[in-house]
Every structure is written in structure tokens, then in C-alpha cells.
Write a protein of this length. Sequence first.
Length: 228
Amino acid sequence: MSKLLSYKEIRISSSTSPIEYKQAGYRQRYLAIEGKEIANTGIDCETCLFYAEASGMDMKNATKISNKLNQGIHTLDQDFMSDLSCLIPNGHYIATLLKVYPRVKREAYGTEYYKAGLRNISSMKKMEEYIVPIQSSESLNPIALNDYIERVNVEETPTALSISFLDIKYPLNHFDEIWVYSHFLLDGHHKMFAADKAQKPITLLSFLSIDESFASKKQIDKLFQVLT
């Protein structure tokens, strides 16, 4: 189960990120680059360097961001939040620093994701938390993976980066509401898989989109009460 370390509401208005949001159909939402869908983030269904390069960002600054995430962050520093505008699309967010304990799950048809927590909000409401990779574990570099496993085994906590959403589902039975809190990884695929292998936590810097979530502001505010 994830543990909330810190959060801050922010707006990004001068982003150079190549990533954009794309909605299609009822409660369907995608992350896209130049119109090409890279991840379905709807509820019915060491990459930061790549994104920075695609945005035209100076690679010296991009490497600085990557290095800081690899070292692990402990506070939501405003200067670093500003640096990340090369990766996060314009919008209204709550920047959230979490400690996560990822546990990888694989579906029979090959889909991978991480379970990060399950909480009861009330007797008829529950929250499920997931971390969703864009890159498959089979494509990970084994040398980099082993390096991160060694690091988390000696209690280092590198930081992964995600765009996140809170989506409210209304099932037909058992629960009145299921709150799906999903983190789509922009950076940290090796870190997350290593944390699962080592059975150790890492930190996750999550930009929760207020604009794009299928949830009200009141429900988003309740989320942080539940996480605290």
C-alpha cells in the first residue's frame, strides 16, 4: 500500500512536453504524441530522456532531471517542479510524492501492471491503486535492472515519475463506487521492476491531473484524506 509523503496543487501553463491528452468516446482517454496514442488511460480498458528529447529540451537539463530522479527526491522542490514542465502537459495538477510498494501482476493475455494498494473508503466504496508501465519488462536492460536491485536492497529509494488519474467507476453490484487511482509511468520502469523483485519500496512523483480525471474536485480532495 502506498504512503503519502507530500503533495502540492500546481498549474502548468508553459509546457514544452510532446505528450498530450486525447479523449475518444465515453470515458476513454489516451496519452498521445503528435496524435499517436502511446497509452490508453481510460477506465474501460528511462523514458524521461526520450520525452525530453522529443520536446526539444536541452539534453544537459534532461540528464539533470534524470539524475535527480535516480538519486531519489524527498521534497517537492519548486525549481524541480518547474524543470519537469518539459515532460508534463499543460494543466491543473496535484503533484504528489508517494512511497510505493509495487507488486507486478501479469494477465493471461500478456498485460503487465503493478498493484500499489487497496483501501476501503466506506462500507460501499473502495479504492484500487495501480502503476501502469508503458514499457514491457521484457524490454528492460538487465544491467540497469540489476543495478537498481542492488540499490534498493541497501535502502536507497530512487524516484519514478508518472502522470496519474483518479477515475470513479460505478459497478452493478458489491460496491456503490470503485475509485481507480492509476499512475502511468513516464520514467522509472527499471526502478519499479527492481523494487518488485527486491520486495522493497521506492518513491513515486505523481502528477495527478485534476482536469482529465473522471472524478470531481470533491472526490479528489477526499482521495488525499484517504491517503494521509
